[in-house]
Design a protein around this ligand. Structure first.
Ligand code: MN
Length: 235
């Protein structure tokens, strides 16, 4: 690279940094062991319920930042890259204290978002079927009662976090909420479905109206995927 090209490169990097996306493209950022999974569908595929710009920023910036931060942590705690992510997140007490908060937030954020994109993949069943439907009816008295409870849990989450339908450690369906990027895994639970209630998930379209976002979000759920999650958690 000659001096002129080098200067161009520096100017380009500065421009990207000024856009706030330097972290994701910095040349010094390690590229593994974690990678940002492709969304798997178009940013506008969940319109009108979730808008394309929100999906782009959410996946390409927010999720990318969790992946990048997790890779930075893996440089200092190299065991992180050798263990299954679920094992790490289900036993955070075993994570060295100096990186534990970073792992909780960033590896947790990576796991939560990877789960979330797949749950919303277009196509698939529009309502729960088979064993999952029966289990929801037995546990909550019906699918609408279950969705009301998830919406209430998401609405009641102060600040940032998630609402979940899980199979808990007693193998029972339960609705929970986690703060920040905490995952159901650390509670010994396995997620069937989960909804991101961080403002970054809905603010551009819904502003302060989190309940409206939650209500609309159900239109994006791929119940075939939720059924697979349930089967995995119960067999
Ligand atoms: Mn998010």
């Amino acid at each position: 690279m000659n001096r002129r090209e080098n200067l161009k490169c520096i100017a380009g990097a500065a421009a990207l940094l000024s856009l706030g996306i330097g972290r994701a493209v910095a040349q010094t950022a390690p590229s593994g062991p974690f990678t940002l999974p492709p969304l798997g569908y178009a940013f506008d595929a969940l319109e009108p319920h979730i808008d394309a710009q929100t999906m782009m920023i959410h996946h390409d910036r927010h999720h990318a930042a969790y992946v990048n931060n997790a890779n930075q942590i893996a440089q200092s705690w190299t065991e992180l890259g050798t263990m299954p992510i679920e094992k790490v997140l289900s036993n955070l007490a075993a994570v060295p204290e100096n990186v534990r908060a970073g792992v909780r937030n960033n590896v947790g954020g990576h796991w939560n978002h990877s789960f979330f994109w797949e749950l919303m993949a277009p196509g698939g069943a529009k309502e729960p079927g088979g064993d999952l439907k029966s289990a929801i009816e037995a546990a909550f008295g019906g699918v609408p009662a279950m969705t009301d409870k998830v919406n209430a849990a998401g609405g009641a989450r102060f600040g940032s976090g998630w609402a979940w339908l899980v199979v808990n450690k007693d193998k029972k369906l339960e609705i929970i909420s986690t703060a920040n990027q905490d995952t159901p895994l650390e509670l010994g639970a396995q997620a069937v479905l989960g909804v991101d209630v961080w403002e970054h998930a809905y603010y551009l379209k819904y502003q302060n109206r989190r309940p409206d976002y939650l209500k609309a979000w159900w239109n994006t759920v791929n119940w075939t995927k939720a059924g697979e999650n349930f089967k995995k958690a119960t067999t």
